[in-house]
Design a protein around this ligand. Sequence first.
Ligand code: HGY
Ligand code: MN
Ligand code: MN
Length: 418
Amino acid sequence: MSASLPNLAINADRLWRDIIETARFGGTPKGGVRRLTLSEEDRQVRDWYRAALEEAGCTVTVDGLGNMFAVRPGRDASKAPLGIGSHLDTQPTGGKFDGVLGALAALEVVRTLNDAGIVTDTPICVCNWTNEEGSRFAPAMLGSGGYAGDMTVEELLARTDAQGVSVGEALDAIGYRGDEPVGAQKLSGFLEVHIEQGPILEAEGKTIGVVEHGQGIIWYEGRIVGFASHAGSTPMRLRKDALAALSEIVLAVEALALELGPNAVGTIGDVVVDTPSRNVIAGDLTFPVEFRTPDADILQKLHQGLMAKVEEIAARRKVEIKLDTIWRKEPTHFAPAMIAAVRGAAEGLGLSHMPVVSGAGHDAFHLATIVPTAMIFVPCKDGVSHNELEDATPSDCAAGANVLLHAVLAVAGTAPAS
Ligand code: HGY
Ligand code: MN
Ligand code: MN
């Protein structure tokens, strides 16, 4: 909490209005949001966001991966801005809050500083990171990953979706391949507000999660090649059934996560059978796998266990299994000084709070590898997210934005405009 501005607060109604207004870009009949990255709906919300930021006096630039940066000048222009923001894309059956809450909270902080005539010492930079969700293009957190140097821009621009469209082509299609080199916009730190996407804050009755760590993540892309043949006339012992092999891998992923838990999770969320037919034994399919855990050693054990199990299944079933690691992010440790700024802001505002580990991945994970970073969580109803039922309350959203406001004031320094 900034000692000099204890009563400064964001405009909660204006924030909630923006949440409801932006939910119409890709809004679904069930009340969710389908706003896949670099889709027409993403273009619409990006245009809306750019206009709102420019109206709030920011200078907006776009880099070669479509990351958006909106700089609000500070007293000391020689200082790299403090970054605040999140992402505007959603899952196919996403909700109204995942990502967009952090993006709108950052916009609301800028508007509140404007209304109060406050100029921070360090400039502020509102950020929208491309393809945080990783649903249309893998990996997740693609834009922030390119910005942080986790993967090369060329590699990321070449990633393709299920229809073979590349990131570069999709950026061009919506006019968001910016000419600013990726990484050119320097930042001195980063703060991100996000719904928890889990049940802990609600279960503990806390309003604010002070995020100290983020899980490590590994993403794989797999392919199983067996032999397609007649479902009726092929004896069981002669089959090379790719789908039966995958079923063993699904259960192996689950068993490894349970065995190496309780802080480990493993998921196979998709499978594509090549020329599927109910009376043909599946001969060729592709599938993703992901593991997550806050413990680096367990992450490696999950990986090694999966590789060993896949090798055994392939040999026993006489199928070919190719499993490539396409993305690996070691567990994230946020910066103590930024965590303290978040905790101090929550305490100053008299908000109940607790330390949490983030189960979900976030752009802040990549930013944390290059600048001091922390996150602010607020509860979501029943901990549900990546689901059209995703919900949060206006007061919790406002609380998260107020903690962001006061953490920004603490980190960026402030004095009323002269
Ligand atoms: O996968 C994640 O954790 C994030 O929602 N992209
Ligand atoms: Mn998110
Ligand atoms: Mn998400």
